[in-house]
Design a protein around this ligand. Sequence first.
Ligand code: GUN
Length: 291
Amino acid sequence: MIETRLIDGKGFAEGLRARLAGEVAAFTARHGAAPGLAVVLVGSDPASSVYVRSKARQTVEVGMASYEHLLPAETGEDELLALLARLNADPGVNGILVQLPLPAHIDTQKVLAALDPAKDVDGFHVVNAGRLAVGLDALVPCTPLGCVMLLKHHLGSLAGLKAVVVGRSNIVGKPIAQLLLREDCTVTIAHSRTRDLPAECRQADILIAAVGRPEMVRGDWIKPGATVIDVGINRVAGPDGKNRLVGDVAFAEAQGIAGLITPVPGGVGPMTIACLLANTLTAARRQRGED
Ligand code: GUN
């Protein structure tokens, strides 16, 4: 029986934020201005509102300036594009994040394309996606960046390992595959149409679950000793009728099979905002010609 160890994303993220706070203080002393992050939320989706509040709080906690733009759900696309143009031009704003999903009447790709790629701290602009794909310096999506940081911290070199990414979203699946390729993994991207998904997953030394389906990845899909990164955050009704958070992996079944696994909550989730703050500092440095 394998002893399954937990990957403590919450603790790692706390350490990362502490390091960032020191670097932010040094940046602010050098330039006489703190890095600034603008967050734009259209509408009042409860989950998005929670994220936006946490982002603002943690931004201020590491010593950066936070600008929140909370717009009503009926905000027009033109109005949003006009705000982004002002933020692109504002030298005090080094990073801009538009919280997704946007209301249906707004064209998400058009909005993302309107961001200055140098301020696109989510790494969702096609210029950043393209730069990542061809191996140039890019702003890299936060959740994938956090996952790869955790993997490198626990495994050291990832070279030659077989990674299976379940999920092909632009936000997680595709960029994480690019990052793992950059670390010299052999990468498979699997998805809902993959033939014999359990067999595909059983090949993985590193299994990344990013599908948004509660507990879809079962224990017997995991190769004994594999490292499992669970990106899912799903709210489900528990047996007592109360809501609880579960990942995309059947966590209890993975015990005794996986070598390492991220819990939900406390695994990948806390890394996302910490990496957003890291990206904002990176963007601010590049805009000042430092990196
Ligand atoms: N909605 C869900 N995840 C994300 C994210 O990482 N960035 C943004 N902007 N919106 C999201």
